[in-house]
Design a protein around this ligand. Structure first.
Ligand SMILES: [Mn+2]
Length: 379
């Protein structure tokens, strides 16, 4: 039995400062690297003999020497594991130029098709499509490139690529497109892909399947949901290959909206938000973007600032977006001759006030009139 990990799009050394303040962003960068090391520990403990890294190991071509050295050291420390690394569109010329010496167990690729013999029957093919980016190319030239891939159908063939899979037979090499239509019935057992950050897989033909491993950790709210790697098992005797997704990210990103229309207080809202977070499966270590929606009653005492301070303690990081509005039931104040009713009518009928601000002005005014200081709480 041969056990293989397929990962991709690690984007190590990402800045991540758009989401987290600099101190936390720096820690999060270390977490990305730490999670990769944890995956190597998993590999060692589970008898994995090959780790496929299908591109974008680093986020840019500027790589911190410490990260590069740590990775190279981790590879050297695990001589029983082969690391097959193919450069993507983000990390060309990054990792390899940042390390002093190439570890013996690191298998590399270039712009031409290369084959590595992994075991008696298992072959690994790969080519770096990012080398063709921006080069002049036509469909015919691109097709010639794919025709050069000639796996021996009597072997178990893994093919690793980084790019965008397209369904048909036409794809431009300069756009780093992978024509699944041209790869059918070519003896491929597993197409290990990188570039798309969400896990996806499907069947290629009767024999093989394709899979985007997705990134190992999400880095933003465009990478919500589970992330991890694909674990491949090959039984050479029965010539069978199976694969399954292993969720492995240390933190997950969640994004959802909660309708607070009926909430009269922050505690009502807390209950709703917590209930929703539980349904989503959010854990303490996760990163959440919660969008507050609904038009609140004028009398609602809800304070997003209070919600924010309470929820920040419950999760690793939180972005609370307040899209709530205020609803004023003007009819119910129609015959109200009190100062309050008069104030509401005055604001409503004042042509100098912008329509979209009237509800907020009324809400502030009512709070001021009733002597509560929580009018400030929405700031
Ligand atoms: Mn990419």
């Amino acid at each position: 039995m041969l056990t293989i990990i397929h990962c991709a799009d690690l984007h190590l050394d990402s800045r991540m400062e758009t989401l987290l303040e600099p101190g936390r962003a720096a820690r999060r960068r270390q977490e990305l690297l730490g999670n990769f090391l944890r995956m190597i520990d998993f590999a060692r403990q589970n008898g994995v003999s090959l780790i496929l890294i299908a591109g974008d190991l680093f986020d840019t071509d500027s790589v911190s020497p410490a990260s590069a050295a740590t990775l190279a050291r981790a590879m050297e420390d695990n001589p029983d594991i082969l690391f097959a690394y193919l450069q993507g569109n983000h990390d060309r010329g990054s990792f390899l130029s940042a390390i002093k010496e190439q570890p013996d167990n690191l298998l590399l690729f270039d712009e031409n098709w290369l084959t590595w013999r992994i075991s008696g029957q298992v072959r690994l093919w790969g080519a770096e499509l990012s080398a063709y980016a921006g080069r002049p190319a036509d469909l015919e030239g691109s097709r010639a490139f794919w025709e050069e891939l000639k796996p021996d159908p009597t072997c178990i063939n893994l093919v690793m690529l980084h790019g965008t899979a397209v369904g048909g037979r036409e794809a431009l090499l300069s756009d780093e497109e992978i024509p699944l239509g041209l790869l059918r019935d070519r003896g491929i057992d597993y197409l290990a892909l990188g570039h798309i950050h969400q896990h996806q897989s499907g069947s290629l033909d009767k024999r093989g399947s394709w899979c985007y491993a997705g990134c190992l950790e999400g880095r933003g709210f465009d990478e919500c949901g589970p992330h991890g790697f694909e674990l491949i098992r090959i039984d050479e005797k029965s010539r069978t290959l199976t694969h399954s997704f292993v969720p492995f990210a240390k933190r997950r990103f969640y994004e959802f909206s909660v309708d607070l229309t009926d909430c009269m207080s922050s505690l009502d809202a807390m209950d709703l938000i917590r209930e929703r977070a539980d349904q989503e499966g959010c854990r303490r270590e996760d990163i959440l973007h919660i969008i507050l929606e609904g038009d609140l009653a004028l009398e609602s005492e809800l304070s997003p600032a209070l919600l924010s301070s309470r929820l920040e303690e419950a999760f690793y990081a939180l972005r609370l977006e307040d899209r709530t509005g205020i609803r004023v039931d003007y009819d119910s104040y129609e015959g109200d001759l009190s100062f309050r009713g008069t104030f509401i009518r005055l604001v409503r009928e004042d042509p100098s006030l912008p329509e979209d601000m009237k509800a907020e002005i009324i809400r502030c005014g009512i709070r001021a009139l009733s002597g509560t200081t929580s009018g400030e709480s929405r700031q």
